[in-house]
Design a protein around this ligand. Structure first.
Ligand SMILES: Nc1ncnc2c1ncn2[C@@H]1O[C@H](COP(=O)(O)OP(=O)(O)OP(=O)(O)O)[C@@H](O)[C@H]1O
Length: 246
């Protein structure tokens, strides 16, 4: 019988910057259609992990497998074409264009395939529904609220139709209402796509997460349900800055 591969698997993944070991022997597995949250205090290694997954950094050691493809050290556009999309915290939308135009441009330049104008228009309609901005499709992005602009950013990632979506602090700076809406959007996306979400807001993690991976000092310290992780005294100590063995 054919082996069922995980969607993503890292083995012994390590990233050193001189004497700093930013990721240390990280063995991480994500199943198809899984939604995983990554948490950990500042400097724990979450951004470095994302940068290796998207090709911004070449690991010092270890492997990354996306389905059957070894991707460690591949270029970012090659990894995007294989189906990994990322929303970073760096703004990536055109403020002078409408919501629809931003998503349309992203669909047209999607790295995975040459989207025809007709297909791009279909993708735009699907994406606008998913980010719940159909009613604001013609609004200029620069005039939207912070939360709405973040949803447009997510929309531009979705427009490339990735299989795995990485979100770096999607609820940062949002109002409570926007945070709840973001959790709903993520749950909707997760009906058809896998996601890894880095987030500091524990209330938000409670809203979306099933399984949580805790990074500490470049290593995976714990992996469990959101309830178990948030109740764990080591996790609390790490966030309070106490010394805890990784
Ligand atoms: N380009 C770099 N050169 C040197 N050190 C780096 C570099 N990038 C990250 N580091 C170090 O690697 C460690 C992990 O950093 P990283 O940014 O991955 O953590 P993080 O968990 O994403 O933190 P935050 O929540 O603050 O974003 C830190 O000690 C950081 O200073």
């Amino acid at each position: 019988m054919a082996e069922i591969l995980p969607l993503l698997q890292t083995s012994h993944l390590t990233m050193r910057f001189g004497g700093v070991v930013a990721n240390d022997d990280v063995n991480f597995t994500l199943e198809e259609m899984e939604l995983r949250c990554l948490i950990g205090p500042n400097g724990a290694g979450k951004s470095t992990f994302f940068k290796m997954l998207t090709g911004q950094l070449t690991p010092s050691e270890g492997t990354i497998r996306f389905r059957e493809n070894p991707i460690a050290g591949n270029l970012p556009h090659q990894i995007a074409r294989l189906g990994i999309g990322i929303k970073t915290q760096i703004p990536n939308v055109f403020n002078g264009l409408s919501v629809r135009e931003n998503v349309w441009l992203a669909a047209r330049r999607a790295a995975r395939r040459d989207a025809s104008a007709k297909r791009a228009a279909e993708i735009v309609d699907e994406v606008l529904q998913r980010i719940v901005l159909t009613d604001l499709a013609d609004a200029v992005v620069g005039q939207l609220s912070h939360g709405q602009r973040q949803w447009v950013e997510i929309g531009t990632v979705l427009a490339a139709e990735p299989e795995l979506i990485l979100l770096d602090e999607p609820a940062a700076g949002m109002t409570d209402e926007e945070t709840v809406r973001t959790a709903e959007i993520i749950a909707e996306i997760n009906k058809t796509r896998a996601l890894i979400v880095v987030e500091h807001d524990m209330e938000f993690i409670r809203m979306i997460a099933k399984k949580v991976t805790v990074f500490h000092q470049g290593r995976i310290m714990m992996e469990d349900t959101v309830e178990a992780v948030l109740a764990d005294s080591r996790v609390r100590d790490v966030y309070l800055g106490k010394k805890v063995a990784a």
